[in-house]
Design a protein around this ligand. Sequence first.
Ligand code: UDP
Ligand code: MG
Length: 329
Amino acid sequence: MDKVTLSVIVPMYNEEEVIPETYKRLKNVLDGLNESYEIIFINDGSRDRTGEMLLKICESDYNTKLIDFARNFGHQIAITAGMDYAAGDCMVIIDGDLQDPPELIPDMMELWRQGYDVVYGKRKARKGETFFKKFTAKAFYRILRSLTDINIPVDTGDFRLIDRRVCEALKQLPERSRYVRGLMSWVGFKQTAIEFERSERFAGETKYPLKKMLKLAMDGIMSFSYKPLKLSSWVGSLLSLFSFLYLIEVLLQKLLFPHTAQSGWASLIAVSLFFNGITLLMLGIIGEYVGRIYEEAKGRPLYIVSELKNMEERKGPRFNITQRQNKKD
Ligand code: UDP
Ligand code: MG
């Protein structure tokens, strides 16, 4: 494998508008470093011209590599693939839309040289994002923190530098519903933060619609805490206790005052709706965990690569690449 000091991992999903600028700014910073480096782009099943554009860049620049996914597997899986293939002694994970400034990389490397294994970017401010996104993100990081025992830093995305050791440790974690920044806290090592202002997206719009954001949030909580399950057993026990006490009261009333007219309908409906609601909610929580167990049990590979560029000799640790034999080059 080639000797590389720094691998920069950039996931790309329908990002044709930002690719030239991202490449230019990354190149600028990396050339100034005086280090051997590689840029690994992951094309996460884009439907626009992202794939072609990245391939073109790779053809003119051997330090730029491409992992082309067979379909959209999602951001967290894309960065996992990047780490699987990266050859660097350290690696930087950075968004492709220039919301994370590449100019921070030299400072991150400086901290890495001082002995830190993980240097994560902490968002001081977020520009160009809706109030809703900022608010939900802030709330989510804090809820997650209160639910888990491990120390997952708040207001921190996937923009970070990690040492090879951390990457190797992460490769040992085979789980499917990956919340990568949580896994990185889980493996430990010496970590430090570097603050930055998160700028606006250079162009295009977010590739994280509400649905994907919710899935990421659920993955974060479900993979790092079973407190929701504990909560459901607590609520269950409390409600059973109250119901039992109330049952005794109802029975006593019936025995002691058998002829009093009891107004039944409204209270029956209320009790039934309330308990059914709670039961379904708890079932849903259990369902979330069962679904995740099912996902793990299937043991499918995390992603399928359809093509590698400029690193065909490297083997992904989890599967064999399906290369087409009849391809005209
Ligand atoms: N991304 C990806 N696969 C996806 C969604 C997003 O590889 O299914 C990439 C995207 O191209 C970008 C990064 O993940 O480089 C972060 O996505 P985005 O900027 O849309 O998220 P936001 O910053 O709005 O949270
Ligand atoms: Mg973004």
